[in-house]
Design a protein around this ligand. Structure first.
Ligand code: SAM
Length: 367
């Protein structure tokens, strides 16, 4: 982990400016830093030979910003750097096809969930050169591999998000998608709650699809097929088309394996037959008053969790709260600067579960 060791620290009054960074406030061992391109926290810890400066993992920016903060902080303290391991570290350039979760998704036409080796994703990109295809995948090595292939094959209409697809769908505007593909999802026979197909996902898919747009589920698992069909049948205003053992345009790696084993392959096509209302995605994440009566026990609700983990004092009245909020399976770590009008040190990702947790947080601790 990039860090520096300095020989001493001085009593500093915050906020204060360095050459390239602003140091906003100090909350016990954490110091808030603002540079031209980033906002993050650094952690200052007493060490037997001086003071160890590390970045905070939750707010971690790119390495170039961390370097600026470390060097400025050492200077402001008139400190000598005893050890550092930051000069040799090279930045990995961000890949323009790999989207942040905050990115605007209004120009996406097709979504593929859990694309794995990417064979079908690339097939889609070639089949629909005029459309923009979004691949959503949780497995980083698969993403790296597909990103390399995209460059190699000069494909320019694929975008990728590294996240749980069940959360991302709620970020897509209503009536905007031509199609959604879920091919050979993990069956999760013993952990149904982890399945991609569930009532919430189908509702979001129906909303995000254009009238006439479709979701294609292809699976080798009879169990998953029966479960999904049941979930689809609970919906109104959809057209359902089921097929068994019909070859598809392209054979995925998984499919090859199942066909060799003589397994049945099931398809469900769910077509959306209605125009859905637009959704309000302008999640403001604003607080009106100081949070009081903090309770540190984790709270689990139907769609989200809230766990206030720690409070760091800034001064007699104000503090920095570290918490986990949002979706139970993919919660987000956040900091709240708790003062007269509190604010998130960095806004949470604009997804439904985070906003539900934010609204609940305000109600729970409003005095
Ligand atoms: C069995 S593989 C199938 C891969 C590919 N669709 C195919 O047909 O070869 C399932 C893929 O879904 C991904 N996955 C599982 N749950 C996911 C989720 N909630 N969101 C996004 N991707 C997911 C896994 O990482 C894995 O790559």
């Amino acid at each position: 982990m990039p860090h520096i060791l300095i020989d001493k620290i001085k009593e500093l009054n915050f906020p204060l400016k360095g050459e390239k960074c602003e140091f906003l406030f100090k909350a016990e061992n954490l110091i808030a830093v603002k540079t031209e391109n980033a906002k993050f926290l650094i952690n200052v810890k007493k060490h037997k030979n001086g003071y160890l400066i590390k970045y905070d993992k939750i707010t971690r920016p790119v390495i170039s910003e961390i370097k600026k903060a470390y060097l400025d902080f050492a200077k402001l303290n008139d400190a000598k750097i005893i050890f550092e391991n930051i000069s040799g570290i090279k930045e990995k350039l961000p890949n323009k096809n790999l989207l942040e979760i905050t990115y605007d998704l209004s120009n996406i036409d097709i979504v593929e969930v859990g694309f794995g080796s990417g064979r079908h994703l690339i097939h889609l990109a070639k089949k629909y050169p005029e459309k923009t295809i979004l691949g959503i995948e949780i497995h980083k090595p698969s993403i790296e591999q597909v990103l390399r292939r995209i460059v190699h094959e000069k494909i320019n209409n694929i975008r990728i998000i590294n996240h749980d697809a069940r959360l991302i769908l709620s970020r897509i505007p209503s009536n905007s998608l031509h199609s959604i593909y879920v091919h050979f999802p993990v069956p999760w026979d013993k952990k149904e709650h982890r399945r991609v197909i569930n009532t919430d996902f189908i509702n979001e898919a129906k909303r995000a699809l254009q009238k006439g747009g479709f979701l294609h589920l292809r699976t080798d698992s009879e169990n998953y097929f029966a479960y999904s069909l049941q979930k689809f049948l609970e919906q109104d205003k959809i057209d359902i088309n089921v097929k068994k053992n019909i070859p598809y345009e392209i054979t995925s790696k998984y499919e090859e394996r199942w066909i060799k084993q003589g397994k049945n392959i099931y398809d469900i096509f769910m077509k959306s037959l209605e125009i859905s209302p637009e959704i309000n995605q302008n999640y403001d994440f604003v607080f009106e008053k100081r949070l009081v009566g903090l309770d540190f026990t984790p709270k689990v609700y139907d769609n989200f969790v809230i766990h206030i983990e720690k409070e760091y004092k800034i001064n007699e009245n104000d503090s920095l709260i570290r918490a986990t909020i949002g979706n139970f399976n993919r919660p987000e770590h956040i900091y709240i600067v708790n003062k007269q009008i509190p604010y998130y040190f960095k806004k949470p990702a604009p997804i439904k579960e985070n906003y539900l947790a934010h609204e609940k947080l305000k109600r729970l601790f409003n005095g």
